[in-house]
Structures are given as structure tokens and as C-alpha cells.
Design a protein. Sequence first.
Length: 488
Amino acid sequence: MSQPTPPANTEDEAVQVRPGPRTMRAFYQVLANTAVANVTSSYLWWALTFWAYLETRSVLATAIIGGSYMLLVAVLGVVFGALVDHMKKKAVMVLSSVVTLSTYLIAGALYLAFPESVLINWGGPWFWVFAGVILIGGVVENLRNIALSTTVTLLVPSDRRDRANGLVGAVQGIAFMVTSVFSGLSVGLLGMGATVVIAIVATAVALTHLLFVPIPERGVVHVEGEAPKGFGFKEVIPAVMIVPGLLALILFSTFNNLVGGVFMALMDPYGLELFSVEIWGVILGITSVGFIIGGGLVAKFGLGKNPVRTMLLVNVGIAILGMTFAIREVWWLYAVGILVFMCLMPIAEASEQTIVQRVVPFEKQGRVFGFAASVESAAAPISAFLIGPLAQFWLIPFMDSQAGQDSLGWLLGPGEARGIALAFVGASAVLLVVVLLAFASKPYRQLSEAYATAPPSLHTDGEERADAASGAPATVSPVVSPGVTPGS
């Protein structure tokens, strides 16, 4: 008779599975499943935006929808991050899929319950209820994305994380390419009702597959005496402030999202002025190859010795691009500009992800990623809510007037959407100035040094678990999340 296996001691339980070939296979499965989930939520989100603008022809309506999305991401980011640190990563992803599926089912029920003429009346309540439940389903998808960021740290060896983040960007690009094409075609050819049904079915398939995806995580890791007990900012600030320059990085990304809110609110209306909804969806699909190119470049070559510098250089490129890609109302100029923009975005995102994964201990990364999502996302709705009315009631009428053409026609040329182009140019010029100032700042030098001197692995490669600052040994709470078997 075999002897019973003795229980593992605390030290052994605390050590997560050492990243290697087995964990990399798990990472690829998680990445593929997340791609399916992201495709579905993006597909319905884009479709909602296209449908709302085409039916209402209101820049203000699309700005409110986009701004509300970012506002919810901002409000819930810290809560999402705390959930990721409280729970096993697979349980977090399952929870995200269940909530998303539930909201899409509610949206389908609303579409069946009311005539489309009622739902599309953006002055009435049911338009906002219908858009709101779809919006919530998309927002909850960010819970899965925060979990994915920490899963990279858990499953991928430290010297390959920048490339893994590049793969994440490439997969997101594939999702964007697929959804932008099919969203436009779906709304144009099938209608919003059929689009909601497709999203429900795809979400259910992704959830079913996720239940069989293994994530080798033995427990919920935290530093002894510092287990997350709440969902407020006080649980996050110490983890951010202990790394010199990290708060400045988050604040810079926050400002960057102020400019991003302008693009979020106005990019689709500008594109729909140049193209039909079907062609605009195809254009977005083709240009989103840029996400794959940018993510592929990171996966192949990494981010260099200093991802902080890489991120700022990328933002210089984004600023220059934003000042030029709509400077004339020419379809190919806009399309090429979007292609380049999409090449740059995964590089910037991978840079920030890699920095946090390097300088923040694994057991605190969920909260830090959630805090970053909250603070950074809070900026976009501000600018989106401001730029929508500003463009609708001032910039567009001004550039349509003779006075606008006389004063700025030399810069922006003639056309139907010169007011939107003016918003792009002004926001991007401000971004360029801020990036150049960031290069000369002390936090830039501090964070660069913190990244260079951080240990190559933080609590994930089977090393002795100890918090460098407090000396407290790390422990792993034997928490088994509902619906997830131990060791899954």
C-alpha cells in the first residue's frame, strides 16, 4: 500500500508553478480563448456604435456612448483589479464571461420586446437602456483583460514577457480586424437584431471552452499581513508609490487618454462621412492589420532595454500622425493614417504592461493594473463628453462657415468634416508638447532606472518568496473559487 502524500509545507505551497513549456501551452490556450471573447464583445460594441450613428446621425450620441464606456472602466478598474488579486485567474475569467453573456441576453430580450423605432429614439429611455446593457457587457470584458495581464506574469518566463505582451497585442489586432469588418457588414446587411443573436451564441461558445482551459495556479498569492481586504484606492497607492516614476507613467498615460477620448468620439463619425458603413467596416478591418504588425514586431524583437523610452517614442509618432492623417479630406490619407496608428498602439500598450510586470510584485499586479485602468480611463470620457458637444455645436459649424475656411482652410482644406479634422490636429499638437516634456522629466529617469535594476523575476519563477521591502514571507491562501476545481 502506498503511503499517503504528506501535505505540502507553506513554503512549497507559496511557490507558484515555475514558468516553462507546460505553462506556455496554458498561456497560449488562455490567449486564444480571450481572443474569442474579445472578438465577440468588440463585434457587438462596434455594431452598436455604427447602428447608433447611422440611425441618429448624432455625433453627440456616439460621444456619450463612448464616453460612458470609458467612464465605467474608470469607475470599476480598481474593483476589477482587487477581484483579480482576490481570486484565481480562471475564476475571474469565467465570472467575466458569465456577466457578459447575461447582459447580451438582456439586450436580445429588449430587442424582441420593443420595435426598433422605439429603441433607436435616442431622446427616449429605451435607447439608453439597450445601449447600456451592451455597454456593461463590454466593460466587464476588461476584468478578463486585467486577469490576462497578470496571467502573463504567472505563466511566461520573465525574459519572454515583452514578447508575450506583443502576442497579446497581435491577437487583439486580429480581433479588431475581424470585428470591424463583420460589425459593419452585420449592421448593414443583417441588422442589429441578428447581430445581438450572433454575439450571444459566440459568448456562450467562448464560456464553454474556457471551462476546459487549464491555468496552473495553486492558490491566491499575497504577502502575509497584506492580503487585499478591500476594493478602495488605499489598497493600491502603496504598491504604486513604492516604485519611483510609476505614478508618473500612469499619469502620462492618463493624459494620453485625454487625447484618446477625442479620437474615440470622432474617429467613427469622420470615417462614416467618407465611407458607407459597410466600406468603413472593411477599411477598419484592413487597417487593423497594423495591430498584428505592431504586436508581431514586439513578439519578434521585444521592446529594447528601456520600454519606458520606447513608449514615449511611440507617443511622439502618434502625436505627429494625429496632426496629419485628417489634414485633407482624402480617404486614402485617413486609411493609411489609421494603419500606422494601429501599428503603434500595441507597442505602447506592451511597453506599459511589461514595465508593470517587471517592477510590481505578482501578488499586487491586479490592483496596479486595475488602478492604472481606472485612472487612465477616467480621462477619455472627460474629453469624449467635451469634444462631442464642442464638435457638434462649434467646430463643425465654424469650419463649414466662410470665416472658418478663410482662417484655417489653408491648413485643413475644404470638405464636409473639417471641424472633426480640427479637433484631431489640436489634440495631437498638445500631446506632442507633453511627450517632449516627459522625456526631460525626473520621473522618466527614475522609472527607467527602476526597470533596469529590478530583479528579472518577481515571485513567479519558483524563487524564495519574500517581500523586498518588508521582509515578510509570502503566503498562499488555499482559496478555491466557486466553479473552479483545485489545481485547474
